[in-house]
Write a protein that binds this ligand. Structure first.
Ligand code: TYD
Length: 215
C-alpha cells in the first residue's frame, strides 16, 4: 500500500545527529528555488500546530516516557503534517523537502529504543497513508564525529541527543542498513560542497526535476 503524492516531488534528508541534514535540506531547498521550482520545506517533528505541540513533548518533556508513547507522539506529528501540508503541496505540483521522515522512526524508535519493526511499520503506514518519498538522502557520519560537530556548534541537547553512545551506534547502523525505493546513501564526512554536489546528482537522477523548473 505505497502511494505517490501526486504530480509534485517529495525529497527527504535523513541521518544521525550531527550529519548535517538541516544544512543540506536548506541548501537543496534554495537550489531548487533557484531553478524556478516551488519548494515547501518541512522538518520533523513539526510544521502544523498539532505537530509543533507533539514536538515539544517528544523532545523537551523533562520526565521519562515509554517508547510506545514516544512513537505515537512522532506519528501524531507526522500524520497531521502529511495530511495538512505534504499531500496538498504534492497535489499542487510543488517540491517538498523534508528534514527527517519515516526512516527516523525506524532508526530511533525501532533500532534505538527497541520497538518491534512490523508493528511500527504498520503504524507508520496508518499515519502517512503509505506515502513514500521519491528520494531519501541518508547521510552517514560516525557517532563520535557527529557528536563533536554538535558540541562545536554549541547545540542544546534534546532527549535523544542525551542518549548513550550504544543508542546512537544502533541508530547509525540502522541508517546504514536502510534500503528501499529511492533510498540513497551519502558519506557526510566529506566536505560540504562535495556532499551537496552528490545530493544534487542523486535528486536529479531519482526525479524528473531536471526536465522541469526553468526549462
Ligand atoms: P533534530 O532533527 O536533530 O532537530 P534539531 O536539529 O532541531 O534538534 O531533532 C529531532 C529529534 O527527534 C532527533 O533526535 C531524532 C528524533 N526523532 C525520532 O526519534 N523519531 C522520529 O520519527 C523523528 C522524526 C525524530
Amino acid at each position: 500500500m505505497e502511494s505517490r503524492g501526486g504530480p509534485g516531488v517529495f525529497i527527504v534528508v535523513e541521518g544521525p545527529e550531527g550529519a548535517g541534514k538541516s544544512t543540506l535540506a536548506r541548501w537543496l531547498g534554495a537550489r531548487l528555488v533557484a531553478e524556478g521550482l516551488r519548494v515547501v520545506p518541512v522538518r520533523e517533528p513539526g510544521g502544523t500546530p498539532v505537530a509543533e505541540a507533539a514536538r515539544k513533548v517528544a523532545l523537551k518533556f523533562p520526565h521519562g516516557m515509554s517508547p510506545a508513547a514516544e512513537l505515537f507522539l512522532f506519528l501524531a506529528a507526522r500524520a497531521d503534517l502529511v495530511e495538512r501540508v505534504i499531500r496538498p503541496a504534492l497535489e499542487a505540483g510543488q517540491v517538498v523537502v523534508a528534514d527527517r521522515f519515516d526512516l527516523s522512526t525506524m532508526a530511533y524508535q525501532v533500532a534505538g529504543a527497541g520497538l518491534p519493526l512490523a508493528e511500527v511499520t504498520q503504524a507508520i503506514r496508518l499515519a502517512t497513508g503509505g506515502l513514500v518519498p521519491d528520494v531519501t538522502l541518508v547521510l552517514d557520519v560516525p557517532v563520535e564525529l557527529g557528536r563533536a560537530r554538535q558540541r562545536a556548534a554549541r547545540k542544546v541537547q534534546d532527549r535523544f541527543e542525551r542518549q548513550d553512545d550504544a543508542f546512537h551506534h544502533r541508530v547509525r547502523e540502522a541508517y546504514r542498513r536502510a534500503q528501499g525505493p529511492g533510498v540513497v546513501h551519502l558519506d557526510a564526512t566529506q566536505p560540504k560542497k562535495f556532499v551537496q554536489d552528490a545530493a544534487w546528482r542523486e535528486v536529479m537522477a531519482a526525479t524528473a526535476l531536471s526536465t522541469r523548473g526553468t526549462s
